[in-house]
Each structure stands twice: as structure tokens, then as C-alpha cells.
Design a protein around this ligand. Structure first.
Ligand SMILES: [Zn+2]
Length: 274
């Protein structure tokens, strides 16, 4: 809680550079006065060193295959953390539908039904997803369980085909009931403006603020309304929460808007009674 406003972070990873080595995730939340948080795993399987190259000529296909994870991301540590701290943490399962077999879908279902996971996240660049084609089955899964799909925005790697805001729009147009959260929704003004073009009337599409331009967050709140924008930090992997919290505090918003952006919107979206 900060200035009497409760904080529900809608984007935290269970580990990362900005968590102190001797600190638990709950200590980390306490250090930044965060009441509750969505938590997901971190990509540890892909060989990130491969992303740093100095040779211009290389076989794109061979290279990409070396980089992409061959199995689903591990969620055991996240599951155990949530089990111990269900009053503070809610899980979101990072799923890769492109390589999913029947067992992977069953595991996903188990995490939703048994372990307090209340959403699914996809990462199109690291998992090499084609949007919207690779997401149809997952969209139906999310609608079936009435849980939101969290879509990492960003852009494709230098060796991939681009994916665009328009492609996400094609998905949400097809599945009007799908609740979807665009992560890092204003990470550049160009991306934010594309969201403003496609989604004002899509009331099931929400916008998460981590790593965003403060001016973009302000416009998203103005155009989409204060019920559709939610604070997230992408900590401790990408940054610390104080930086991301301040981007919203400097916007001079009224108290009701702050309560919605910092807590109520994500809480309502995952069906918590706050
Ligand atoms: Zn993240």
C-alpha cells in the first residue's frame, strides 16, 4: 500500500536480477509495499547467449531452432511459492501452444484447476508464435475456463517475421468473449498508438503498464478508460517496482483512477472479490 492505495502488481516473475540474493519473493513485495501480485515463471531454458552475435551472415533457421525452447517452461517453483503464499500471489501460466502436446494441455489445465493459476501468458518472440494462428486453441481454452490471456507485446527478433498489433486485433475480433491483457502496452509510443487505433471498442482488451512510456500510459487511461489499464512492473526480471509505480504516480490522476489502475482492475479481471 502506498499513499493509502493498495497495490496489485499484474506482472511479476518469481526471480530476476533485481531481487536480492537473500530475499524471498514475499520480502521483495514487502520492500516495495506491494499487497498482491500475479507471478509467472522466467524463461531459463533458451540459450540467451545466442542472441548476442557479431556475425552478419548466418543460417537464420538453424540459429532460431537452437534458441527456441523444446519443451514447456517450468512452473514448479512458481506453483510452490503460490501454495505457500496464496494470500499474496496468483499464478499465470506461461504456455507455448506451438509445441504443446496432449500432456502439456493437461498440465496447463491442472495448474488452472488445482494450483490457483488464473491466467495464461504467451510470449510470441521467444516462443516463435504466429499470431493469431497459433493462439486459436488457447483462446478457446481461456474462454472455457473464463481466465484472461496475457499477451507479451514487443516486437519480433531480427531473425523472425514481424508480428503486429493488427494480428492481436484479428484474434480478439474472432473471439469476442476472450479477455486479453496486452503486456507493456505503451513500451513505445508507436505501439501505444497502434493499440489506440485498434482497441478502443474492444472492452475485453486490457493494457498493462510495465516498461511503458508514462505519456503513453496517460493516453491509454484517457482513451480506453480507467477500468482497462492496469499497473504491472515486470520485476524483478526487468526492473524494480518503484520505477514503474512512479510512472503512474507522476500522472496526477484522481484517487478512483489510481485505485482501479493499481488494484481493482487486475483483481476484478481474475475474479477476486476485493
Ligand atoms: Zn515479463
Amino acid at each position: 500500500m502506498i499513499d493509502n492505495i493498495k497495490i496489485f502488481d499484474s506482472h511479476i516473475h518469481y526471480m530476476g536480477k533485481f531481487k536480492r540474493r537473500d530475499e524471498t519473493l514475499i520480502d521483495f513485495l514487502d520492500r516495495f509495499r506491494i499487497d498482491k501480485s500475479i507471478v509467472t515463471t522466467l524463461n531459463t531454458s533458451a540459450n540467451k547467449n545466442l542472441l548476442i552475435r557479431d556475425d552478419i551472415n548466418f543460417n537464420k533457421k538453424e540459429y532460431a531452432e537452437k534458441l527456441y525452447a523444446k519443451s514447456q517452461h517450468n512452473h514448479e517453483e512458481v506453483r510452490d511459492l503460490i501454495k505457500k503464499n496464496s494470500d499474496r500471489l496468483v499464478g499465470v501460466y506461461w504456455f507455448n501452444p506451438r509445441i504443446a502436446d496432449d500432456n502439456d494441455w493437461k498440465t496447463l489445465e491442472k495448474f488452472i484447476k488445482d494450483y490457483n493459476f488464473k491466467g495464461v501468458k504467451i510470449q510470441a518472440s521467444l516462443d516463435n508464435l504466429k499470431i493469431p494462428d497459433d493462439l486459436f486453441e488457447l483462446a478457446e481454452f481461456c474462454i472455457g475456463f473464463d481466465i484472461p490471456l496475457f499477451i507479451h507485446s514487443g516486437q519480433s527478433f531480427f531473425f523472425q517475421e514481424p508480428f503486429r498489433v493488427k494480428d492481436i486485433y484479428t484474434l480478439v475480433k474472432k473471439y469476442g468473449e476472450l479477455k486479453c491483457v496486452i503486456l507493456h502496452a505503451a513500451y513505445t509510443m508507436e505501439y501505444c498508438i497502434s493499440c489506440l487505433k485498434f482497441f478502443p471498442k474492444c472492452s475485453n482488451v486490457y493494457f498493462e503498464t510495465s516498461l511503458s512510456v508514462p505519456y503513453g500510459i496517460n493516453i491509454l487511461i484517457k482513451v480506453m478508460g480507467n477500468h482497462r489499464v492496469m499497473y504491472g512492473s515486470d520485476s524483478p526480471a526487468a526492473t524494480t517496482p518503484d520505477i514503474e509505480i512512479n510512472k503512474i504516480r507522476i500522472l496526477d490522476l484522481d484517487k478512483k483512477t489510481l485505485e482501479n489502475v493499481f488494484y481493482n482492475n487486475i483483481s476484478n479481471l481474475i475474479g477476486e472479490i476485493s
